[in-house]
Structures are given as C-alpha cells and as structure tokens.
Design a protein around this ligand. Structure first.
Ligand code: CA
Length: 545
C-alpha cells in the first residue's frame, strides 16, 4: 500500500469516527443508557489517572464501623471495604480516607490505644495490607487518619504516667528518667481550663475534648520520636498519606505553634516518602486556615464552604448570590495561596461530624440536594465526599446518627449491612437504598456517578484556578477555570427557573458536558447558553494556536 493511499484510508476512518461522535453529541444519548430522559453529553475523554494530576484527586471518606460488614457481626470491617472497592472505583474516586482504624475502646476510634495495630473489630494487619494492595491495583490511593493531638486514656503511655503519679509521694517532683511517659502529656498541679483531674492524685492533665482523651505534649522530643516511628511504619506499609485530626488543638489558642508542629510532621513524612499527601482538619475560619497553611501542609479542609451554613449550601439555596459564591472561591484561593503557594484546596460538603446534606432541604425532592453536592465536587483541588451522600442518606442530631449504616439495601439483614453505632437513633431515609437507586437513571446515585465522571474527564476542573467570567448573576454562576491542561467554563443554575447567558464575548467555546436534573435541554447555540432549572454545563475553551 502506498503511503498516500494509507493516509486517505486513515482520513476516511477518522471522518467516520467524528461523524459517529457528532451523532452521539446531537442526540444526547451518550451518557448512560440508564437515563433516557436525561440529556448527558458523551465526552471523548478518559478519566484522569492517579499519576498525572498531583494531589487534585477525588476522595471518598469511609467511616469503617458503618460501611460494610463482611463477617455478619454487624460491625463494618476492612474486608467489607475491600468488597466495595469496585463500587468506589466505578463511582470515579481515586482516593479513600478511612477514619481511624487503630485499636480503641470507642466505635469511632478517635481515642487510640495502639498506633501500630489494627482494631480487631475491623480486621487484621494483613487485611489492611490487602486493602492497600487492592486499592493500588485500581489506581486508588489510601489516606490514614492520624490522631496525634491526643491518645486514649487507656493508651499504655498514659497508663504508665498515671501509675507513676499515683505512686509518687505528693511532695516529690516527677522525674522523666524514671518515667519517660510522664513527659508525653501535659501534667500540672494547677487546675485550669481544658484540664481534667487525675483521680486519686493532686495532678491535672490537659484533655481538651474529654477526660478519656489526654492531649499529647507535641513539643516533646520523645513524643516526636514515637510519632516518627508510627508514620514510618505505615508509610512503609504503602499508605499514601495522612489526614490529621484536630490540628487547631495541637496548641490550643496558639495557631503559630500548631503550624510549627504541622511543619515538623510534614517534613518528617516527606523525608520518608517525598510524594505522600497530608490534609489537616482545622474546623475554623478562613483567616486561621490561611495562617495554618504557612506550615507547608498540602491541604486543609475548606470548612467555610462546608456544612449547613457554608458557601455551597448558601449558594444552592439562593441565600447568597451565585456571583458571591464565585468570589468566595477566588478569595479563598488567593488567601491560601498567599500562605502556601503550592497548596491544594480540599473542598468538601459534609463529613462524619456534620449533619448529612439531604436534611438541609426539607422540601426538596432531589434537584437541590444533587446540585449542592455537585458544586462541591466541581471545586478545584482534592474534593472529598462522605460515604452515603451519593445516595442522599439522612442523619443529624447526635454524632451517631451522622454515621448511620451505609444504605446498601432497605433490608437490614442483607449482606454487608451494618448495625450502626451504639445509641444511634432510628434514622429514616428520604431517598431509596443503593439497590433501588441503581435501577433509576434519575437517582442521586446515577447523578453523582456522572458528576465525578465529568470532574475527572476535564482535568481543568480539579486543577484550574477560578476566574470570573463577568456573567455571574443572582442565581447563575458562570466562571472559568484555567490551568496548563486546558481551560473550561463552568455554568451553574442554582434556581428553579430556566436561565440564559450570552457567552458570545467569551471566545470560542464548545459545549463539552452537561449535568442536568430535569428533562429540559441545555442548549448552546450562536453563543447563547440556556440552562434549565438546577443544571450545570461545562464548556471547553478553544485557543487559536
Ligand atoms: Ca464485621
């Protein structure tokens, strides 16, 4: 075959492929066969891979006690999580964060008694190693919850210190050469705020959360030596990074000292594993988060956007203008970048300490719940989603209710179902279980599967910096995201009314993906974008180069 002839055949083949793609695009049936009523543009893009996108990932938060039970004792476990990795991968996540898995007397395990083991209720060390291996074979990274602000009062370090002080004559000064663990905690003979009495002695110890969680003395060289041993152990097992619990309590009321400890922690981890990822929980305002970014930590959860009073909820409910939501994203990015130019934002909407989002919108039958979480998932950085939110699970009030059993099925005796935390109230669900939502193309589950697909198909969504388009209004946010991998324009309609925007002045755009909660069509014709109620359009920006 001559070279020219081959070129011709290839050109014809390419044309045929283009024609097929165009038909798919125009008929709008390419998204999923499950949702014939929904307009879903197909996009000829592969999901981003775990290796090419820095820390801009999409992370699923799992509360192990309530996720999936593999052995029928009603308590979720690591083998249960392994059995659901296909589910997690299919949803589009490329990272998981497990709340603590270390031995602990509580169901939530935030009071650790042994940092170098796995709680037997959850499984064995071999199970955890298998989880890491199974995740990595799917391109999913694993974050371990690292709770070093405090231990359990049942931890052997605290028991040794406590035993020592019980035996110490009351007029003697403690000596850490006799009991090194005395120096692991903050003991004092002076009663003060945030300190609990050590029963049977005249001593008090720092315990900011409750007496069962004594705070560690994080500036102690001996404590830092222990922490280094712990992170070295788990990074050696293949863990990809850590979620740091309660970082504002490291040195309560002293942001600079808390940041200094975080810097030491990050430096220590990176010395062991240069590409490990660290995200911190600083449940506080934007200014304090900005100050804590000076530690050089990769990410801090973006609390101002989360929960029932955050920017996401307020934008989705129309309590703030859509243009103010865009500005909030820009200001937040500018503030955090000032403090740590290499930071990766960590947006999230809800977590295990917050009421679930379906409860924020009593009258909503789905669209607002769908839009709000999608807005969070389309933010830049490493976006986190709490398990069960993809089903619109309910759960509010006491903490136990926020950690209700993953709603795989409405039959509690079905395999995998957990019993939920002790003392949990009965949680009545608003939307069906996964078993039923899978069959329904209009379900929340199928919506979020599509949202994450769009997030990962266009790397600019996670990696891009937000820029105003000048077109945002009270109810529609229209903004660019620009980055090296290409620019996108995102348009979101938060209202129950159809809206239109004239994009003709914004350059050469192409409608690339749509997320639609209704059967009304999103159209883009002659520069005019029409967005039905509660819908999102992603347009790619063509450059003339
Ligand atoms: Ca179990």
């Amino acid at each position: 075959m001559t070279k020219r002839k081959r070129n011709l055949i290839i050109t014809v083949l390419l044309l045929a492929v283009c024609a097929a793609a165009a038909v798919l695009l125009l008929t709008g049936t390419g998204g999923t066969s499950l949702s014939p009523k929904l307009q879903m543009y197909s996009f000829n893009r592969k999901l981003g891979t775990a290796d090419n996108s820095g820390f801009c990932r999409t992370t699923y938060e799992i509360f192990p006690y309530s996720f999936c039970d593999s052995d029928g004792d009603g308590i979720g476990d690591i083998q249960g999580i392994i059995s659901k990795l296909d589910y997690i991968e299919d949803l589009g996540f490329d990272q998981i964060w497990l709340t603590p898995v270390h031995p602990s007397p509580s169901y939530h395990k935030y009071d650790v008694t042994d940092y170098l083991s796995i709680d037997p209720a959850f499984g064995t060390l071999e199970d955890y190693e298998e989880l890491i291996e199974e995740c990595h074979s799917r391109g999913i990274r694993v974050l371990m919850d690292m709770v070093v602000n405090h231990t359990s009062s049942d931890h052997e370090w605290f028991r040794k210190a406590s035993d020592y002080l019980h035996e110490l004559p009351s007029d003697w000064e403690p000596d850490t050469s006799y009991c090194p663990c005395f120096g692991y905690y903050n003991f004092t003979r002076q009663p003060q705020d945030g300190y609990a009495p050590l029963e049977g002695t005249n001593w008090y110890y720092e315990a900011r959360f409750w007496s069962g969680m004594p705070d560690l003395a994080l500036d102690s060289e001996a404590v830092r030596g222990e922490i280094e041993t712990i992170v070295q152990y788990w990074l050696g097992k293949g863990v990809d990074g850590f979620r740091l619990d309660a970082v504002t309590s490291y040195h309560t009321g002293d942001t600079g000292s808390s940041a200094a400890f975080m810097k030491w922690f990050c430096d220590t981890c990176r010395r062991i594993k240069p590409d490990c990822y660290i995200v911190g929980e600083a449940w506080t305002d934007r200014n304090t988060i900005e100050a804590l970014y000076s530690s050089g930590i990769d990410s801090l959860f973006n609390f101002p956007f989360s929960g029932n009073e955050g920017y996401v909820r307020n934008a989705a409910s129309g309590f703030i203008k859509a243009s103010d939501f865009v500005n909030a994203m820009i200001w937040s990015d500018e503030a955090f970048r000032r403090s740590n130019p290499g930071y990766t934002d960590a947006p999230f909407y809800t977590n295990h300490d917050m009421a679930r989002s379906a409860g924020y919108y009593a009258a909503d039958e789905g669209p607002v719940t769908k839009m709000a979480y999608a807005v969070s998932l389309l933010m830049s950085g490493n976006s986190f989603m709490y398990y069960g939110e993809e089903l619109g699970m309910k759960g509010s009030g006491k903490d136990e209710n926020k950690r209700a059993p993953m709603y795989w099925s409405d039959d509690p005796s079905d395999s995998g179902m957990c019993q939920g935390p002790p003392d949990m109230d009965e949680v009545v669900m608003k939307f069906p279980s996964l078993r039923d939502q899978k069959k329904d193309g209009l379900s929340l589950y199928n919506w979020f599967r599509q949202v994450i697909k769009v997030r990962r198909a266009f790397p600019a969504i996670s990696e891009g910096t937000v820029e105003e388009s000048g077109l945002s209004t009270d109810s529609a946010a229209v903004f660019f995201k620009r980055c090296a991998s290409g620019d996108v324009l995102i348009a979101m309609n938060f209202s129950e009314e159809q809206t239109s925007a004239d994009l003709s002045g914004l350059g050469s755009l192409e409608l690339a993906a749509v997320l639609n909660t209704s059967s009304e069509k999103i159209t883009y014709e002659k520069g005019m974008l029409t967005l039905p109620a509660y819908s999102i359009a992603v347009l790619t920006v063509r450059h003339n180069d």
